[in-house]
Design a protein around this ligand. Sequence first.
Ligand code: HEM
Length: 193
Amino acid sequence: MGLLASRLACLTDTVAILLEWVMAQIVLHPGIQSKMQAELDAVMGRGHAISNADVARLPYLQRVVKETLRVHPPAPLLSWARLIPAGTTAMVNMWAVEHDPAVWADPSTFWPERFEEEDVSVLGGDLRLAPFGAGRRVCPGKTLALATVHLWLAQLLHRFQWAPADGGVDLTERLGMSLEMEKPLVCKPTPRW
Ligand code: HEM
């Protein structure tokens, strides 16, 4: 039942949770937001709707999502217990791998540019960064999830400037079915055009 519930949570919550974490980091890092908007303006111009096909031309935006998956993996505990003898319970703490200073330089810093120096796949081929799991039970929704988050994020940033609301942004994490923001994000959009 627990496993079924966690799979249902994966279907419904994780995409929204990832987008909330990305937006939280963006309002905390105005320089990153400006760089994303400069990329959007250079690639898209203004006054045009963005489609899925355009996302391939937005590498910086994709790096920001990747860095968010590293710092705030929405599903941080992988149930690779399936690979371990019956009677043993074990989970892989992907959050710990993704914050390990032996694996990542300055792991607590939100720094999408790290993937310009070395690109690392999030799709399960590199166990330093496996927010969708890996192997035979890897998340079957990973491509849909990334396509959705990239497109929504591009649309949100193309049309609006985002700032924190008066209460600020609190990055405290809460581990329930997924790794959520303890205090939901509230931010203020201003139209850019
Ligand atoms: C950002 C969004 C998402 C993240 C971070 C995520 C992450 C994960 C992770 C870590 C697992 C478990 C891997 C393991 O236990 O070893 C998983 C499993 C699963 N995910 Fe996702 N997921 C996301 C979105 C989605 C979406 C959009 C769908 C469906 C459309 C989906 C469907 C599933 C299913 C059915 C499983 C169970 C696979 C199995 O047990 O064989 N996920 N996901």
